[in-house]
Design a protein around this ligand. Structure first.
Ligand SMILES: *Cc1c(COP(=O)(O)O)cnc(C)c1O
Length: 360
């Protein structure tokens, strides 16, 4: 069998989502976040489609070099900074922006004179306690960076939110307050907002916004569909029905024999499993589109296939097209049914899936 599993990437939707976000933050420049292979969509094709973004954010040096090799000339920020002094000349040569989130990096910069200046963003921990320097250390570390000829001025200032997707969580307000107090009168661009921050906390927009998930057309908010935010899904994960059969009442379906047929019924088999990146924990009832009709997933998801209940769609045919998420079926809905978030589902589509991109 030629596996009918594919992911279609709608480049026009990417462009549309970028414009939509720019409309929400008209004063801000956009650092489009395309780490983890463009949230699973293909980093280079995403960067090309988002050509009008002012810069890109990635997690690693390898990702950044991949962009440079593909001819992407905008600023590229290494969101996780650097780990070894030996990376610094390479970062400078590739003209990458780098976050400094820990004092050890300031020491390395001091010990490593560079032939070309490097663009640095000081990342401040305002409450998430992942990467970032403590607010009390901002002044002294900023001054030490300021004293280095090979650090470009003014130094950028940034932080990251822990709970911006919860509109009534006071933590984001507190993080903004701590950030403003820590950087106070320092010069330089500010960057605070991820997708949820841009949409829910407009005073966090500042000079640079850092949208990720919204560019791919998924909502950062539980219970707020992306469509209501004016976003369009970028990835459509598709496959086909490869078998249909009648199963008698009382018979069990799939591994673990966990799902029992409540009556004689039609069961469909879809070529899509966790080996493709579909979540194994998607529970019975997770919606699947067969020839455009919503039917529920049943049984356990296998590596190469999953089962659907065809009682509501008896006309189904072997070869019918199946959509697992994307157009007409938001990935957020599937994520809820699998007890996870759309970010994870999009990132985890595996190399076995054929990707194609089009302006649709
Ligand atoms: C991943 C990431 C973002 C984007 O987050 P979204 O929730 O996808 O918008 C922004 N900033 C940093 C530092 C990140 O690591």
């Amino acid at each position: 069998m030629i596996r009918p599993v594919e992911a279609r990437i709608n480049l026009r939707a990417l462009e549309h989502n970028l414009q939509q976000i720019q409309r929400h933050a008209p004063q801000s420049k956009v650092l489009a976040i395309i780490k983890a292979n463009g949230y699973g969509h293909g980093m280079t094709r995403v960067a090309r489609a988002l050509n009008s973004a002012d810069g890109f954010g990635v997690a690693s040096f390898e990702e950044a070099v991949g962009l440079r090799d593909a001819g992407i000339s905008q600023p590229v920020m290494l969101l996780s900074g650097f780990l070894e002094a030996a990376e610094l000349p390479l970062i400078a040569r590739q003209q990458l922006w780098v976050t400094v989130h820990h004092p050890f990096q300031v020491e390395m910069l001091e010990r490593t004179p560079l032939p070309e200046p490097i663009t640095v963003w000081l990342k401040i921990d305002t409450g998430m306690h992942r990467l970032g320097i403590a607010p009390e250390q901002v002044r002294s570390l900023w001054q030490r960076l300021q004293d280095l000829d090979w650090v470009r001025k003014p130094i950028g200032l940034m932080t990251h939110f822990a709970c911006a997707d919860e509109r009534d969580n006071a933590m984001t307000r507190e993080q903004i307050t701590r950030f403003d107090a820590a950087v106070n009168d320092l010069p330089g661009d500010r960057s605070l907002a991820n997708s949820a921050g841009i949409l829910a906390w407009s005073d966090s927009q500042r000079h640079w916004i850092r949208p990720g998930i919204v560019l791919y057309g998924a909502s950062p908010f539980a219970g707020a569909p992306a469509r209501d935010l004016g976003l369009q899904p970028v990835m459509t994960l598709k496959s086909k029905l490869i078998s249909i059969h009648f199963v008698k009442r009382g018979e069990a379906i799939g591994y673990g024999a966990t799902w029992i047929c409540p009556e004689d019924m039609l069961v469909g088999i879809v070529a899509m499993g966790y080996g493709d990146g579909y979540p194994r924990h998607a529970k019975p009832g997770t919606p699947v589109l067969v020839a455009g009709r919503r039917v529920p997933l049943i049984g356990r998801v296998s590596m190469d296939s999953l089962f659907v209940d065809l009682r509501s769609y008896a006309e189904a045919q072997i070869g019918d097209s199946v959509v697992l998420w994307g157009d007409e079926l938001p990935v957020e809905e599937v994520a809820v049914c699998a007890n996870t978030i759309p970010y994870e589902l999009l990132c985890k589509v595996t190399g076995r899936v054929k990707f194609s991109a089009a302006m649709e």
